[in-house]
Design a protein around this ligand. Sequence first.
Ligand code: 5GP
Ligand code: ZN
Length: 131
Amino acid sequence: MCIFCSIIEGNIPSKKVYEDDETLAILDISQTTKGHTLVMPKKHYDNFLAMPSKEFGKLMEKTKDIAAKVTRNLDAKGCNILINTNEVAGQSVMHTHVHIIPRYDETDTVSFSFTENKLDLDEVLRQINQD
Ligand code: 5GP
Ligand code: ZN
């Protein structure tokens, strides 16, 4: 059983931010920023690409409401919503989850950088739309 399934089953303690029949939101143990929250479906899917779209849609609707509450009540100025998918993208727990990372100022401990690559955009589009 994966670690998040064990948390959902109640075999490992967690700090619950929200729970219903299908969804659990808990405080991330790392607290990258204050209020860092993980929203997960109770049903195990390795990653969001493996979820039926309808279930993923519901997960994101709940994520939006939880993100609004966390951001508002912790006086954050914004938040990042992040889904790491597969090891190459930094996924370390193979039970899909959405990170809510409240942001307080631009010099906090979180950073994302997007470097530019000179690629042929028409060729990229051709590959994406090939089937
Ligand atoms: P990932 O890297 O897979 O996107 O994120 C996994 C997250 O789960 C990490 O941010 C990590 O801190 C958190 N995490 C791992 N184990 C536990 C745990 O036992 N309890 C809680 N609350 N968070 C955990
Ligand atoms: Zn699981």
